[in-house]
Design a protein around this ligand. Structure first.
Ligand code: 5GP
Ligand code: ZN
Length: 112
């Protein structure tokens, strides 16, 4: 089982912000902003490019709860950064699809 599958099944502890039968949101262990949490599907999907037609609803669910939790974390007024890294060029280090949400910090574009 991969690291985020273990977190999603409570085998490894995390600071959980939200959980339902489809997704879990938890704080990043190495936060890059005052608000930095990850939203993962409970189903193991390795990267965003491995999503299939029948995962469309799950992807919407992931994004919907990402923005909902961002607002609960106080990011509604000033916004936040929603990021999905994919494979090596995208800088993905954990092989289980996850949405990063970073807030309460002024971020810039383009990324380095
Ligand atoms: P990626 O680079 O794959 O987009 O992001 C992986 C993220 O997972 C990193 O921001 C990293 O800090 C976080 N991470 C890695 N291992 C753990 C862990 O065991 N627990 C938690 N909560 N976050 C982790
Ligand atoms: Zn997994």
């Amino acid at each position: 089982m991969c690291l985020f599958c273990k977190i999603a099944s409570h085998e490894i502890p995390a600071e959980v912000l939200y959980e339902d039968e489809h997704v879990m949101a938890f704080k990043d262990i190495a936060p890059q902003a005052p608000v930095h949490f990850l939203v993962v599907p409970k189903k193991h999907i390795e990267t965003i490019m491995d999503a299939e037609e029948n995962d469309k609803e799950l992807l919407g669910h992931l994004l919907f709860y990402g923005q909902k939790i961002a607002k609960e974390q106080g990011c509604e007024e000033k916004g936040a950064r929603f990021v999905i890294n994919c494979k090596t060029d995208g800088g993905q280090t954990v092989g289980h699809l996850h949405l990063h949400v970073l807030g309460k910090k002024q971020l810039y574009w383009p990324p380095g």
